[in-house]
Design a protein around this ligand. Structure first.
Ligand SMILES: Cc1cc2nc3c(=O)[nH]c(=O)nc-3n(C[C@H](O)[C@H](O)[C@H](O)COP(=O)(O)OP(=O)(O)OC[C@H]3O[C@@H](n4cnc5c(N)ncnc54)[C@H](O)[C@@H]3O)c2cc1C
Length: 419
């Protein structure tokens, strides 16, 4: 049955959902609070099972032209020495590449694609949703339009994909309050630099108190330089493990950061293949973001309204899961609405498939992944090592990485996930 579906939020989750539902014949409208979309944010990673979803939507040529197919993820100490190398993409046995890409460019590509397929009039910008209620067989969404006037829209279903500060989530759970902070601050930057290693590798180096993550997010330019995304993680509070603190200030993905906050910690980090302070000093953009998430919810659906993406399951941006899980939500909700005759049953099926999985990843990310291994190496060999197996058992690291990936839904059998 073709439905009128309203999506609040034209981020990566909302737009992927719009494209998937439009493909199935639904009449979809996206309301985006921002009046004019700009390429905001820095780098983001799409895991192969999310790329499979975008491939099924016909987006592979666009992705290939703008993104970097990640060849490997390397964990290293703060001297740039490899502790573990995890081969990614087709060579790692996946059905699809993993892509590193500029978040804002990806969002703009999805917006253009949605405008072409749905019709530009179905993408309503400058329309901020403020609340919604189920009424009979439909939903009434309230919002403010670009002029600040109160407006209402009726639909058969409302999908709230309005991010970590979701207005609909707040309406459903007014007691929830601010996101939970773990004491870690992330400075996220981009720089133009000569390609490092093979030009396609993602590296996480350092230890739990200070970590440098770096990966290229665009193909090399004609002058040989490449747009590099990097993140400096610094632990500012030790008492936030598990996420019990309130972050200093409201979380804003676009808050500018300062290089001077980074050089005292990272100024001496020189890898054999990358001049870390040089990359930091060359920042073309620098943003600051606290590592926050929210506790998993017991329920996403109320009537014909449900949550999706960061509105449903905000998680630490660890393990390349933020955008990936939102895109998997898109495929799951489309499939449920395709296969279940009753709308409420379809929304429940979507939730049954996705909510436990995402709750698990939120919890896994709180356990800080491989950081304890990085810490162990730092503690035992602060000046670096000549043989890794004298510092740590490589089999233990291998088992740990595999367990995280299995829990996060990685598939390395070369078979595309259902889309
Ligand atoms: C500006 C911005 C920059 C980001 N940069 C990064 C980054 O560099 N690296 C990273 O890992 N992650 C970044 N993220 C988060 C990342 O995009 C998400 O974790 C992931 O893509 C899941 O996306 P989402 O669509 O669920 O949520 P989001 O990407 O947060 O998208 C939500 C969308 O809803 C809109 N919106 C918000 N409130 C309302 C409302 N009341 N009514 C209508 N629309 C509303 C927002 O403007 C936004 O376009 C960023 C998010 C934003 C919004």
């Amino acid at each position: 049955m073709a439905l009128d579906i309203l999506i609040a939020g034209g981020g990566i989750g909302g737009l992927a959902t719009a494209l998937a539902l439009h493909r199935d014949g639904h009449r979809v409208t996206v309301c985006e609070a921002t009046a004019e979309l700009k390429p905001l944010g820095v780098g983001i990673n799409l895991l192969p099972h999310a790329v499979a979803v975008l491939d099924a939507l016909g987006l592979m040529p666009a992705l290939r032209s703008m993104a970097v197919p990640t060849s490997a993820l390397i964990f290293a100490n703060r001297h740039g020495q490899t502790i573990y190398k995890d081969v990614r993409g087709l060579a790692g046995g996946y059905s699809h590449p993993q892509f590193s890409v500029h978040r804002g460019e990806l969002q703009l590509m999805l917006w253009r694609e949605a405008a072409a397929q749905l019709g530009a009039e179905r993408l309503v910008s400058g329309w901020r949703i403020t609340g919604a209620r189920t009424e009979g067989q439909g939903v009434i969404a309230q919002g403010l339009d670009a002029s600040g006037a109160t407006v209402e829209r009726r639909a058969d279903v409302l999908i709230a994909a309005d991010g970590i500060h979701s207005a609909i989530r707040r309406q459903f759970h007014p007691e929830e309050g601010a996101p939970r902070w773990n004491g870690m601050m992330m400075w996220r930057g981009t720089s133009l630099a000569a390609p490092f290693l093979d030009g396609r590798t993602m590296v996480q180096a350092g230890h739990r108190r200070a970590k440098f993550v770096v990966y290229p997010i665009a193909p090399p330019r004609a002058d040989g330089l490449q747009l590099i995304n990097w993140i400096c993680d610094r632990r500012l509070r030790e008492d936030g493990l598990g996420g019990g603190l309130t972050a200093p200030g409201r979380e804003d993905w676009n808050k500018p950061g300062a290089i001077d906050d980074l050089l005292p910690t990272f100024g001496g980090w020189r890898f054999p293949w990358l001049d870390v302070p040089g990359v930091i000093r060359g920042a073309t953009q620098l943003l600051e973001w606290p590592m926050v998430d929210r506790d998993p919810l017991p329920r996403w659906r109320q009537g014909r309204i449900t949550l999706l993406g960061d509105a449903a399951h905000p998680m630490y941006p660890i393990g390349s899961n933020g955008a990936t899980q939102a895109i998997l939500d898109a495929a799951a909700i489309a499939q449920a609405l395709r296969e279940e005759p009753a709308v409420e049953a379809a929304l429940d099926r979507y939730e049954a498939e996705r909510r436990p999985m995402c709750a698990r990843i939120v919890e896994l990310n709180r356990q800080e992944g491989l950081d304890y291994i990085l810490d162990m190496v730092e503690e035992r060999a602060p000046a670096g090592f000549s043989r890794l197996d004298e510092v740590i058992d490589p089999a233990e690291v291998d088992a740990f990485v595999k367990a995280y990936k299995a829990a996060a839904g990685h598939r390395q059998d070369g078979v595309p996930a259902p889309t």
